[in-house]
Design a protein around this ligand. Structure first.
Ligand SMILES: [Zn+2]
Length: 98
């Protein structure tokens, strides 16, 4: 039997406790206990999600998503203001066609 590679938290890169469902939708990620405990999500995905679903200001998201944003920014070593600046930059990009 082949050994599986070590599972890394997709939020912070630490060893993960397992794969769990994301609060952002029908998708799962590997999370460590610390990121799971605060509800943090992978940073880039969260920026893209908010830029797509909502608007580029804090008033555009529900309270539960504000909590996810705060936890996600903190675990990524960023401020909430930096998160919203990244959302604004992402939302300004032209749509890609496939
Ligand atoms: Zn983590």
């Amino acid at each position: 039997m082949t050994d599986l590679p070590a599972l890394a938290c997709e939020v912070c890169g630490s060893p993960a406790a397992g794969v769990f469902s994301s609060s952002l939708g029908a998708i799962s990620f590997a999370y460590c206990a610390a990121c799971n405990a605060v509800g943090a999500e992978p940073y880039g995905l969260t920026v893209g999600y908010v830029a797509t679903c909502c608007d580029d200001t804090p008033d555009a998201v529900a309270e539960w998503l504000s909590d996810v944003v705060a936890a996600t920014a903190e675990r990524a070593g960023k401020t909430v203001a930096e998160f919203w600046a990244d959302v604004k930059a992402e939302a300004a990009k032209p749509m890609e066609t496939t």
